[in-house]
Each structure stands twice: as structure tokens, then as C-alpha cells.
Design a binder for this molecule. Structure first.
Ligand code: GLN
Length: 201
């Protein structure tokens, strides 16, 4: 199956996603998306990476990219959003800085909820029963860098993984949001999960 992936490359940690996507989907075309002119005719997957949500938001808003992404989401294109990406796709953001919620997934996130950069950490993540249909992994490491917390989830949101009992990987329809950085771990189940969701769609 050929997967057309649009990797949002405005700012932040997008490079590490490239390798992971080419491993997960060997027959994938990857497009770096900085503005609307970079969008190819057809996309199956959009990745919004970690970075700084205020910066990504302001530049995506200015260039019109936010609106185009919203259309793709409405059309059912799958979104993987990590860290700052997950903040942006939230319905509500606590401590938003200059970011605004794009409202693709019914969660409330709190930016920088663990503290400053020095409070970043690697933790054990536990996958829930809801994740069993996508991966046989029960645990993995999770890299949390100035990460947000998901402090509220809507009724339609599936919690796929928790860390210290708090949700860190969530899915609603065509959106998968992680508060950690799966692209920085050597063997993250998030790519099994992504692959299984996309290939079974
Ligand atoms: N703290 C960043 C923000 O507010 C997110 C950090 C990250 O993406 N690793 O957007």
C-alpha cells in the first residue's frame, strides 16, 4: 500500500519522523509541508510534529495552511500529532501561549504541564486494552520534552496509553495524538498502531 504522507515542517522536530515513516511504510511518498503550495493532490497521512505550538500555530494560520489541514481532516485524512501537534489539535488548551485550539480531537491539553525543559524525562508508558487491537506491546518508553498533559477527554476519545495513570496517547476517528515523542524511541508501538489503523481503513 502506497502511503502519501505530509509532514508539517514549519518548525520543530520533524526530521526524526522521516526515518520512522519510511520504516513503517516502506512504500511511502513523503512531502515536507511548509505552506499550502507544498500540499500534493492526495494525502493519506498528515504528521504534526513536536516543537513550539505558538510558532507552528502562528505560521500555519498566516499561510492559510491551518484551513487546508482542517479541510483534509474533514475529508477523513489521518492525522498523527505529537506533543506540540497534539496541543494544537485539542479542543481546549490551558496555558495556550499564542496557540489556539484547532479542535480536531475532543481533549483539553495543558501546555508545559510538567514544568520547564529541565523537567523533561523518559518514562514508562502502559498501553491500554483499547490498544490491543493495534499492537501486542504492553509497555514502551515515552520521551516527554516540555510535554503537555491531557487533562480532559471527550466521550468519543479512546485512551490507547497512559503514563502514571494519565492519558498520553489518544485516538478519535482519524486523529491519533501523543503527548510524548515516539519518533525519538527506537521501538515505539505507536508506529504499529498507526500502521494498523491506516492499513485497515
Ligand atoms: N512546550 C511545547 C509547546 O508548548 C511543546 C513541546 C514539544 O513539542 N516537545 O508547544
Amino acid at each position: 500500500m502506497v502511503i502519501n504522507t505530509g509532514l508539517i515542517a514549519i518548525q520543530g522536530n520533524f526530521n526524526s519522523h522521516r526515518q520512522k515513516i519510511s520504516e513503517a511504510f516502506p512504500r511511502s511518498n513523503l512531502f515536507l509541508i511548509r505552506d499550502i503550495y507544498d500540499l500534493p493532490e492526495k494525502l493519506d497521512l498528515v504528521i504534526i510534529p513536536g516543537g513550539e505550538s505558538s510558532t507552528i500555530h502562528l505560521l500555519a494560520e498566516l499561510s492559510g495552511l491551518r484551513k487546508s489541514l482542517e479541510k483534509l481532516w474533514e475529508q477523513g485524512v489521518f492525522f498523527l500529532a505529537t506533543c506540540a501537534g497534539a496541543i494544537l489539535l485539542s479542543k481546549k488548551i490551558i496555558n495556550p501561549g499564542l496557540a489556539e485550539p484547532w479542535n480536531f480531537i475532543e481533549i483539553t491539553t495543558q501546555r508545559n504541564a510538567y514544568g520547564r525543559q529541565v523537567d523533561s524525562s523518559i518514562q514508562t508508558i502502559n498501553y491500554t486494552e483499547s490498544a490491543e487491537k493495534y499492537t501486542s506491546h504492553r509497555h514502551s518508553e515515552g520521551v516527554f520534552i516540555r510535554a503537555p498533559k491531557i487533562i480532559e477527554v471527550g466521550a468519543e476519545v479512546e485512551i490507547l496509553a497512559r503514563c502514571n495513570k494519565e492519558p498520553v496517547l489518544v485516538k478519535q476517528k482519524n486523529v491519533l495524538g501523543a503527548t510524548f515523542h515516539p519518533e525519538l524511541s527506537s521501538d515505539s508501538p505507536v508506529y504499529d498502531i498507526l500502521k494498523n489503523i491506516i492499513c485497515s481503513a
